[in-house]
Design a binder for this molecule. Structure first.
Ligand SMILES: NC(=O)C1=CN([C@@H]2O[C@H](COP(=O)(O)OP(=O)(O)OC[C@H]3O[C@@H](n4cnc5c(N)ncnc54)[C@H](OP(=O)(O)O)[C@@H]3O)[C@@H](O)[C@H]2O)[C@H](O)CC1
Ligand SMILES: [K+]
Length: 504
């Protein structure tokens, strides 16, 4: 699903209005009935509804919802804030006029002073102050109003977006100047800001409501931001032909492990094998030989000359891909081996974990990482490589910049993992869950991404579908074991099941 900017959404909306002859009142009506259904499915008419409406169409949505809820027997208090010089939008005025005589609604239009009523704990606050038309961070009276709403203990439902939040970038937005919703009901499209962790506290739970706006007008519109869904992964994944051999599914060298972290080699190896690699060789220190050969007998093992750390990465054969990093540590010998290997590599690599920490010790080594390599940092590894960041948003922006500069793919792990391509395209992946926050989970992902590159997928798609399948495997594991007790080996074990579910 493409993720559009607020400006694009406005132009899609305008195109629908012009080409399909739909009026903006009809669109508000569609949005409001979807929101009303959602509210009715969650809260009974005994819960008092307090509607805060702004001057634009976000306010119009809120006023239309107020009328619909009153029709369904809810007690509704409406506060319409008509305090700006520009006055109300046409739709907002239309719904204001309609509301004044509806039984069950206590309606107040604020044009000047505002005496805030008490918001009781059992109230459902409907936040329709501002949506995608917000021009700048809230100031003055609206800022105080948001503060007053946030300091209530009520349940807060934001229409389209929490008021005060922008659909894209929010670095300059102060947390206390944005409504902190319990539930955000987005109209037709999710926004870029929904996928950035900094904004989770504003959004609460969020859900996209379909108002049949997207159909034709959005298809042609381009966007660099994309939410990867199951149907996309199904389209990308190739079914295995009936006549096939392991030679058809690529070969991978996994450079992983050191004394005390051989488990990382095991996890990454399982990730690669469970996602269908044809041939896997693990290169690691000699101490890894017995554990690897006994716990993952499907993998070949190539021993370094050193007992406990990797000192030399000189592949003896041609491999379709080399994945480097899980559990290798950052011993000087290993850093040097990584440096030499990267300097002589020409094909895309997958670099994770200590592979990235080794690079962080030789920062200009990034210049030599082969183009279209995939690096898979979590926030800490990312900051070690590219410097400290104070927000996830700034980290994502740096990822876009660095991906272009170094011509590499950056898979930044998180609740929504982002796969950033050198051309600025970002795939967001939300198939995972809390269960994936477990040791070894990242190593499994490295194995999966390497395996898909070896199987012939381009590195950007390998990273995107790899992250999706990894997330789904974690979610499947959590269905059995809950979100607390999932092991990385459980995630690995569910990879093949995730792939089967996607293909079916
Ligand atoms: N996307 C869809 O298909 C549909 C969306 N709908 C809803 O419409 C809103 C967007 O409506 P819009 O009227 O464009 O914008 P808003 O309601 O969010 O806000 C516009 C008004 O707010 C004023 N404004 C903007 N920034 C500030 C600020 N910082 N402080 C005070 N006031 C501000 C603005 O005034 P201007 O003078 O700046 O123009 C406007 O008065 C969308 O979010 C959905 O909820 C419909 O349902 C139809 C389908
Ligand atoms: K809102």
């Amino acid at each position: 699903m493409k993720i559009f900017t607020s400006a694009q959404i406005r132009s899609i909306e305008n195109a629908v209005i012009e080409k399909e002859g739909v009026t903006s009142i009809e669109l508000v009506e569609r949005a409001a009935s979807a929101i009303t259904w959602e509210i009715m499915s969650r809260w009974r008419p005994s819960r008092p509804m307090m509607v805060f409406a702004g001057p634009g169409n976000n306010g119009a949505d809120a006023l239309a919802v107020a009328r619909m809820l009153a029709d369904e027997g809810y007690t509704v208090t409406v506060l319409l804030f008509n305090v700006t010089d520009r006055g109300l939008s046409d739709a907002c005025r239309h719904y204001r006029d309609e509301l004044t005589n509806v039984p069950g609604v206590s309606f107040t239009e604020i044009t000047n002073d505002f005496n805030p009523p008490v918001i009781t704990r059992d109230a459902i606050v409907i936040d329709g102050l501002f949506g995608s038309g917000l021009k700048e961070p809230l100031k003055g009276g609206f800022k105080s109003l948001v503060d007053y709403i946030n300091s209530s203990n009520a349940t807060i439902v934001s229409i389209d977006m929490p008021s005060g939040m922008f659909g894209e970038w929010n670095e300059a937005t102060l947390s206390r100047d944005v409504v902190h919703a319990t539930l955000t009901l987005a109209i037709e499209f999710p926004r870029l800001s929904f996928f950035i962790q900094d904004n989770a506290e504003f959004l609460g739970e969020w859900k996209v409501l379909d108002i049949k706006l997207a159909s034709n007008e959005s298809r042609g519109e381009q966007s660099p931001y994309y939410l990867l869904e199951k149907k996309d992964v199904k389209r990308i994944l190739r079914q295995r032909p009936e006549f096939c051999s392991k030679a058809d599914f690529g070969s991978m060298l996994l450079v992983a492990g050191c004394y005390g972290m051989i488990g990382a080699s095991q996890m990454a190896a399982l990730g690669a094998l469970r996602s269908g690699i044809g041939r896997l060789t693990v290169h690691g220190p000699r101490c890894g030989f017995i554990p690897m050969q006994t716990s993952v007998p499907e993998a070949m093992f190539h021993a370094d000359q050193h007992d406990i750390v990797i000192t030399d990465i000189s592949p003896k054969h041609e491999y379709d891909v080399v994945a480097l990093g899980p559990g290798i540590g950052t011993h000087d010998y290993t850093v040097r081996a990584v440096e030499n290997f990267i300097n002589m590599s020409t094909n895309p690599l997958v670099i994770d974990a200590d592979g990235l920490n080794c690079i962080a010790q030789r920062p200009n080594l990034l210049e030599h990482v082969p183009p279209m390599s995939v690096i898979t940092p979590h926030a800490g590894e990312f900051d070690r490589l590219f410097g400290p960041h104070t927000s996830h948003e700034s980290r994502l922006k740096t990822a876009v910049e660095k991906s272009a500069y170094y011509s590499i793919i950056i898979l930044l792990k998180g609740r929504y993992t982002s796969v950033v391509r050198p051309d600025g395209k970002i795939y967001f992946i939300g198939s995972g869950c809390q269960a994936l926050a477990t040791p070894g989970s990242g190593d499994v992902l490295t194995g999966i991404v390497g395996s898909f590159i070896a199987q012939g997928y381009t590195p950007d798609l390998a990273a995107a579908i790899g992250a999706y399948i990894h997330g789904m495997a974690g979610t499947l594991a959590a269905e059995n074991d809950g979100t607390f007790g999932v092991l990385a080996t459980d995630v690995a074990r569910n990879i093949s099941k995730a792939i089967r579910d996607i293909l079916n």
